[in-house]
Ligand binder design. Structure first.
Ligand code: ADP
Ligand code: TPW
Ligand code: MG
Length: 578
């Protein structure tokens, strides 16, 4: 049938003889992996076409790293591995950045990369785009496999799927050798190879003893707190978390991407009392959160007498930085079920004034924050706070909009200003604090959920992924990108120490018009300089359900070095940046 005769909904025709590409496309579809992000070229162009033809949606990007960020976000939001397709050599390497970042963040994804014929690679004979990709990927990702034989393709897909989602989720690399992709076999033979893996993400049941130990500690605590991490958001156990918190009355603190798992303004939210929780809590229950740099060193001044309960799927996570008095190893669904059951009817020893004290502090801190926002409403040119003050009521009126957020001040100030009310609605720089997730995450979030997305991007952060705004437009996604332009990394007033007039290292482009990037690809562009203009633009943009681009002009001196984590900077000999 020619393309012209083909009608929508016609079943694709199956050839008598099929190639490796065909088998791979079918194996993916067969296990329910029906969306792929990537950049095609030799040797995977045919695969991308076959995927489209046989019902695996293909989202073509400008840059593999961004396609990978989309796949990772897709995995995080759906608990199903996102797929990334890359070409050999540099395409593979560009995508690997995202696969490694997904592994660090415990997001499930599978990078499928075409690789060059083995012999010239193994003999170092200078083949086309030759690189020993499997061995490059192996130390950096959760699992890596190379598939060389047609009949192994369905097995390889099943293994990659299992490795990505089971236990602690992560990034998996699947190396598909170019020569195999074009080998052929009878269709009947190939179809018999296809199978569905049984229970690819099995429950991991914690021991009853571990749950008893945790429940005893929690029940006997005077000042307990529950610390929610993005693992808790990922696990999609929203109701159980709500029940645990509300039935026990224990206050909770959400890490950045766990904001919204419980509403930020919930009476038991201790979001504004981070230091008090750290310094005063005697038992902290970590739920899908790691005691890594975000809760340790300068960020963590824990009560020296305090004890930890940790609910996590990965046993190796325990005692990583501090002794864990009550480890509960299991998937959160199983662990929370068991803990809820054992908590029923238990009397808690919590001090009567613990929660009221936190509530009082919350009220005071929030009033102070509101006062500061109101004060900054008058800043001209606008500062981060002026812009966020204008955006806050609009975003909070649209709680089902997913927020993607990166930058330094832009990240920290947005997280502090915008309250979240629904689970898995905040995607940010996460564990590695990386820049360059923006446009990819917008695409992944919009495709995976069908929801509207607003990205709040520092001007530097946006630059890492900006070209893939084109992908947002090509797929007509309901995404609004908001760039906070303060003219640089942290701000636009880095002191110029060069001897030749070169710009300072942190200085970027204060006079740029980023909205024109949006217009170049057909989106509506807005250039705003006042909170009133910003409110009007954002309201219209969200309502349009189309791609939009808002350039927010800030003062060049808005923002400080490294945002809220300036203390991590090695001290230079002189204090260079204001
Ligand atoms: P945050 O940065 O929000 O503190 P982290 O990414 O550091 O969160 O921690 C997430 C943790 O959640 C990881 O240790 C991971 O093993 C764990 N995790 C992920 N999925 C599950 C699950 N289904 N059940 C239990 N633990 C999980
Ligand atoms: C992959 C280092 C941390 S924050 C940042 C950079 C470059 C940009 C901050 O400026 P921005 O926000 O986005 O304009 P604002 O509001 O503070 O002005 N490369 C990578 N990751 C990181 N984290 C960096 C560099 C960095
Ligand atoms: Mg900036």
């Amino acid at each position: 049938m020619s393309d012209k005769d083909k009608k929508k909904g016609d079943a694709p025709e199956f050839p008598e003889q099929v190639t490796g590409m065909y088998i791979l496309a079918h194996a993916l579809k067969n296990v329910g992996l029906d969306c792929m992000y990537g950049v095609c070229g030799i040797p995977v162009t045919g695969l991308s076409y076959l995927c489209q033809e046989y019902g695996v949606r293909y989202i073509g990007f400008r840059f593999e790293q961004q396609a990978g960020m989309a796949a990772a976000t897709h995995g995080y939001l759906t608990k199903t591995p996102g797929l990334l397709l890359t070409v050999s050599s540099l395409g593979f390497m560009n995508g690997l950045t995202a696969t490694v970042n997904a592994t660090v963040n415990c997001y499930p994804m599978i990078q499928i990369s075409g690789s060059s014929a083995r012999e010239p690679v193994d003999m170092d004979q200078g083949g086309y785009e030759d690189l020993d990709q499997l061995n490059v990927a192996k130390p950096l990702v959760k699992a890596a496999y190379r598939v060389n034989k047609l009949e192994d393709l369905p097995i390889a897909v099943a293994r990659a799927y299992r490795a990505a989602v089971s236990g602690r989720p992560g990034g998996v690399y699947l190396d598909v050798v170019e020569t195999m992709l074009s080998e052929t076999v009878d269709r009947d033979v190939a179809e018999k190879w296809l199978f569905k893996p049984v229970d690819p993400c099995p429950a991991m049941i914690p021991s009853a003893e571990s749950a008893d130990r945790a429940v005893d500690m929690l029940a006997n605590a005077k000042r307990p707190a529950i610390l929610l991490g993005k693992g808790a958001a990922y696990a999609q156990v929203d109701e159980k978390i709500k029940t645990l918190i509300e039935s026990s009355g224990i206050p909770f603190y959400p890490m950045s991407m766990a904001k919204g798992l419980m509403p930020d303004n919930h009476p038991l939210s201790a979001l504004s009392c981070r230091s008090t929780i750290m310094e005063k809590a005697d038992v902290v229950m970590l739920v899908g959160a790691r005691l890594n740099w975000l809760l340790e060193r300068g960020h963590g001044k824990w009560n020296p007498e305090g004890k930890f309960i940790q609910l996590d799927i990965d046993p190796v996570e325990m005692d990583r930085n501090r002794p864990i008095a009550a480890p509960v190893i299991g998937d959160l669904d199983s662990s929370l079920s068991l803990i809820l059951e054992k908590l029923k009817g238990r009397k808690l020893a919590m001090d009567a004034d613990w929660v009221p004290g936190l509530q009082k502090e919350t009220k005071e801190k929030n009033a102070e924050f509101a006062r500061r926002l109101a004060e900054h409403a008058k800043d001209r040119p606008m500062t981060h706070w002026t812009a966020l003050g204008a955006m806050k009521p609009i975003l909070e009126k649209n709680p089902d909009v997913i927020i993607v957020n990166e930058g330094a001040n832009t990240l920290d100030d947005t997280r502090d200003t915008i309250d979240m009310f629904l689970p898995r609605h905040r995607i940010d720089c996460a564990t590695w604090a990386i820049m360059g997730l923006g446009m990819g995450s917008c695409v992944g979030a919009a495709i995976a959920t069908g929801k509207s997305v607003v990205a709040i991007e520092g001007d530097s952060a946006f630059g890492f992924s900006g070209m893939d705004f084109a992908t947002i437009c090509r797929f007509h996604l309901p995404v609004t990108v908001v760039v906070f332009n303060n003219g640089g990394i942290y701000n636009g007033i880095g002191v110029n120490l060069s001897h030749n007039g070169d710009p300072a290292p942190t200085t970027l482009d204060i006079d740029a018009h980023y909205e024109k990037i949006g217009e170049a690809f057909g989106a509506k562009g807005y250039y705003v300089t006042t909170p009133e203009e910003l409110s009007a633009a954002l309201t219209e943009a969200i309502a349009s359900k189309k791609p939009n681009f808002i350039h927010v002009q800030l003062a060049a001196d808005s923002g400080k070095q490294s945002g809220h984590i300036g203390y991590l900077n090695p001290e230079p000999l002189q204090n260079i940046i204001v």
